[in-house]
Design a protein around this ligand. Structure first.
Ligand SMILES: Cc1cc2nc3c(=O)[nH]c(=O)nc-3n(C[C@H](O)[C@H](O)[C@H](O)COP(=O)(O)OP(=O)(O)OC[C@H]3O[C@@H](n4cnc5c(N)ncnc54)[C@H](O)[C@@H]3O)c2cc1C
Length: 484
């Protein structure tokens, strides 16, 4: 039964969380909804971009979840355009490809007997002498796998992703991403996994779904359903710049039209009033947009939250087959790239002429104040070509075209002090009774699509049940598939 409500809701962001919340509210109530989206396309980080008849996600986005509610939601929207894949992923380290999940024979071959013996010894060592005070990612993983395997299979890639040493990354990140996974489990599932599929930890789960023409097409369908309701609209290229509040209530948000001529402050703002506000914009931006600004201590805490940017260099290769991998994690220190996604292996429809071409998406992690962020497109493409050849995957001369996508806030950073800053920000935002936070950057949580969606469904459940919100004590999440 629909809840009758004369209220108007404003949703900031047409990514997975914003679109999920909007559609769920529309299905279950007659709330009037406006979604404000900064970008020209929907889908947020899960959008798909087309270039020269090839389609690229911002890093291929696979659909995987343990939630029955999310599975039902996905199946309903996808209407059959949702194909099952058996994950094939490898790690490139020290000139060798290691299968992931790790397979003992493949590991022994790649590491040689001496390195294996060292790894086993260092694993046994931490079993007897674990690090007692676990504060960092390095401590956490070393306790699970031993120092040797930590440095082979975790350190380099993790430091590429975050750009900070593993002993300065909070243990929370490892606990959230690779909880329930240990060396003994990895070996057990490597030998006997096929007989024990039911309780397999999600970190080594190997089946996922993907739509034929990119993850973003799924979110375009959700947007289509939202727009089919007469009381809903999605306003594109509207970037929230100011959020007015009064007496512990948000009153309105004002947006800058990104398509309008004029630069920055020269473009007049457009004001949108509503009764209730749902936000997926990065928390730092949200705090800095508040008018009046919060107390200085809250502003400082928001400014201390950090985001890791991502540059994806998307290349078209003049071959129909490059490798069978969905992803290759590049742990090799001698190249800067972190991960390669092969779009053809997610779906042959990602490339119009898949008989001749392969679409590869190479991920480079960076902070937006690093010189790397500002490198011109042609230099980045040359770098990607050089590195592909260097690791022996594709000759530079096989790359026929390329384009670059820059994502400034791809990852909310869990550095050593993030929790303190986050709690300060969330405590302050808790005073606004008509503001709901959800999603990945909206809550500063390193989540996959399913968990971002669950946070949106949770907001809608609470809104329709009129339960009070409690930002600092959100429901415990299940761990999500790890990027090892
Ligand atoms: C490289 C990479 C690979 C990933 N792979 C996977 C995967 O394989 N599977 C998976 O499930 N998840 C994956 N994820 C995670 C997934 O992208 C996120 O969990 C999901 O997109 C979060 O949804 P969201 O709506 O919370 O945020 P977002 O996707 O970030 O959407 C937020 C939206 O808000 C808009 N916005 C921001 N600021 C403003 C503003 N001021 N005004 C108006 N609009 C604004 C943005 O433009 C965006 O559209 C991956 C993420 C990355 C970076």
């Amino acid at each position: 039964m629909k809840v009758s409500s004369k209220q108007k809701a404003l949703v900031i962001g047409a990514g997975p969380a914003g679109l999920t919340a909007a559609l769920e509210l529309l299905k279950r109530s007659d709330t009037e909804i406006t979604i404000l989206e900064r970008d020209a396309v929907v889908g947020g980080l899960a959008k798909t971009v087309e270039y020269k008849k090839c389609r690229f996600d911002i890093g291929p986005h696979h659909f995987i979840t343990e939630s029955d509610r999310i599975t039902a939601w996905w199946q309903d929207i996808a209407e059959g355009d949702f194909f099952e894949h058996k994950r094939y992923t490898r790690i490139f380290y020290n000139h060798h490809f290691f299968n992931y999940p790790l397979e003992p024979v493949n590991v022994i071959r790649g590491l040689n007997i001496l390195e294996c013996a060292r790894s086993v010894f260092s694993y046994m060592w931490v079993r007897f002498f674990p690090i007692k005070e676990v504060t960092s990612f390095e401590d956490w993983v070393t306790n699970q796998f031993g120092r040797r395997l930590f440095s082979i299979f975790f350190k380099t890639y993790t430091e590429k992703v975050w750009g900070i040493p593993c002993n300065e990354i909070s243990a929370d990140w490892a606990a959230q991403r690779i909880k329930g996974f240990s060396l003994s489990k990895a070996i057990f599932y490597a030998f006997f996994g096929r007989f024990f599929t039911k309780n397999k930890p999600r970190t080594i789960n190997d089946v996922f779904h993907y739509p034929a023409r990119g993850a973003g097409t799924f979110w375009e369908k959700v947007a289509g359903r939202v727009k089919a309701y007469p009381q809903a609209e999605i306003l594109m290229q509207q970037s929230v710049a100011k959020i007015e509040h009064d007496h512990h209530r948000i009153v309105s948000v004002s947006t800058r039209n990104m398509a309008a001529n004029g630069v920055g402050a020269a473009v007049p703002l457009e004001r949108h009033a509503a009764d209730v506000f749902l936000s997926t914009m990065p928390l730092q931006q949200l705090i800095l947009s508040l008018d009046p600004l919060p107390p200085a201590v809250v502003v400082r805490a928001a400014q201390a939250l950090r985001y890791r940017g991502l540059i994806t260099i998307n290349l078209i290769i003049d071959r129909h087959h490059v490798s069978a991998d969905h992803w290759i994690y590049v742990h090799e220190k001698t190249v800067r790239m972190g991960r390669i996604g092969n779009m053809n292996n997610f779906s042959l429809k990602m490339v119009d002429d898949a008989a001749k071409h392969t679409a590869l998406s190479l991920e480079y992690f960076t902070y937006v104040d690093e010189p790397f962020w500002f490198k011109p497109e042609h230099e980045l493409i040359e770098l990607a070509k050089y590195e592909l050849e260097k690791i022996g995957l594709v000759r530079a001369s096989s790359v026929i075209d390329g384009m670059v996508l820059r994502t400034p806030e791809a990852y909310p950073v869990y550095d050593a002090n993030y929790k303190e800053h986050l709690c300060c920000v969330l405590d302050y935002l808790g005073i606004f009774k008509n503001l709901h936070l959800m999603g990945r950057n909206g809550m500063h949580r390193y989540n996959n699509m399913d968990v971002a969606m669950l946070s949106a469904l949770d907001v809608v459940d609470r809104m329709l049940a009129t339960q009070p919100h409690d930002f600092c004590h959100q429901k415990k999440e299940k761990p999500v598939s790890a990027t090892l």
